[in-house]
Design a protein around this ligand. Structure first.
Ligand code: IPM
Ligand code: MG
Length: 378
């Protein structure tokens, strides 16, 4: 089969890590008989430099024509002082909204090979793990096209009275469609859903609870629970093994997923999938639009130095195969290759154990890590 992929390398380490995802996908295509055609598109800081805007209309239009979008990272210090609407991050928000990818799946787990890179003590991990193992495996389902990221914002007044505001607003249907994705994900996992909000203070959170309570009866085999976001932030480092699926708003999901990444060893490991609703146009065959990106940023400080961990980006490619193309076997092949490379002791700096030499780990750069994954797929 042929698949067309919109490729947005972006800024900073984005181009280096995304080139490795492409190498891995191509190797896999050769092995399993698929052709991946890439349409390379500019978005983020590089688009500002070239066209004066972070998300040129052509980029969004071209992306919509593809089967899925693979994105590296956007942003960097040289664009930090631009007004909000012109910052590179606007490209991300514009792509998410423009493609309608409202459900952001951010899996976070502690691979046994990375136990040495996890800042939590073994007994903390074991105590909350249902099987008493020193690990955890959770999935954050973050709402991605609503809430405070897209609500009304602005400034009023002047001088010492100047004020600024951002608005958190959610419609019932936005909450419901997100929760349904989360329930369906939970049904394929350990059947536990924790809805995270701030319902003791925020009206929008109270609506989240109402909607969750109303639809929970349709998912009788899933255990639904609720946590305030501050408590959830604490529980994630106190007892991460208690979580299966966490469903939450755009901003809470942003914050909690960074926290979850640290306990999984490194933000350089975490992939993400952002999914839209199934398209009911016959030509699209019920296809779900998907945007796939590592959850790390552009890391300008290490860009171009062969230091970035390409695994989150490579694993985002695996998520694309699974969710947009239904290529489960191929997705598993990538995940197995990454696991094998870790078994062999290859580590980029961010995932090295504190006593890496004693553990027989080999500290490598982006290129060597990418090459090692490719070798496993031969
Ligand atoms: C993320 C990032 C983005 C977000 C930024 C870069 C706009 O932090 O994908 O988590 O806040 O969504
Ligand atoms: Mg974030």
């Amino acid at each position: 089969m042929k698949y067309s992929i919109a490729l947005v390398p972006g800024d900073g380490i984005g181009p280096e890590v995304s080139s490795w995802a492409v190498n891995v996908l191509d190797a896999l295509g050769d092995k399993f008989g698929h052709t991946f055609n890439y349409v390379e598109l500019l978005a983020g800081g590089c688009a500002i430099d070239r066209y004066g805007q972070p998300l040129p209309a052509d980029t969004l239009e071209a992306a919509k024509q593809c089967d899925a979008l693979l994105l590296g990272a956007v942003g960097g210090p040289q664009w930090e002082n631009l007004p909000g609407e012109l910052r590179p991050e606007r490209a991300l928000l514009g792509l998410r909204a423009g493609l309608g990818v409202f459900a952001n799946l951010r899996p976070a787990s502690l691979l046994p090979q990375l136990a040495g890179a996890c800042p939590l003590k073994d007994d903390v991990l074991k105590a909350s793990n249902p099987e008493g193992k020193p690990s955890f495996d959770l999935l954050i389902v973050r709402e991605l096209t609503g809430g405070i990221y897209f609500g009304q914002r602005g400034r009023k007044g002047s001088g010492k009275d100047e004020a600024a505001f951002d608005t958190e607003m959610y419609a019932r249907w936005e909450i419901e469609r997100l929760l349904r994705v989360a329930y369906e994900a939970a049904a394929k996992r350990r059947k536990k859903l924790c809805v995270v909000d701030k319902a003791n203070v925020m009206e929008s959170s109270r609506l989240w609870r109402e909607v969750a309570q109303a639809i929970s009866s349709e998912y009788k085999d899933i255990e639904t629970s609720f946590l305030y976001v501050d408590n959830c932030a604490m529980q994630l480092i106190r007892a991460p093994g208690q979580f299966d699926v966490i469903a939450t708003s755009n901003i809470f999901g942003d914050i909690l997923s960074d926290e979850a990444s640290v306990i999984s060893g490194s933000i350089g490991m975490l992939a993400s999938a952002s999914l839209g609703a199934a398209d009911d146009l016959p030509a699209k065959n019920g296809r779900v639009m998907g945007m796939y990106e590592p959850i790390h940023g552009s890391a300008p400080d290490i860009a171009g130095k062969d230091l970035a961990n390409p695994l989150a980006m490579i694993l985002s490619g695996a998520m694309m195969l699974r969710y947009s193309f239904g290529l489960e076997k191929e997705a598993c092949a990538i995940e197995a290759a990454v696991s094998a490379v870790l078994d062999k002791g290859f580590r980029t700096k961010d995932i090295a154990s504190r006593d890496s030499a004693l553990c027989g780990e080999k500290i490598v750069g982006t290129r060597e890590m990418g090459t090692a994954v490719l070798k496993e797929l031969e």
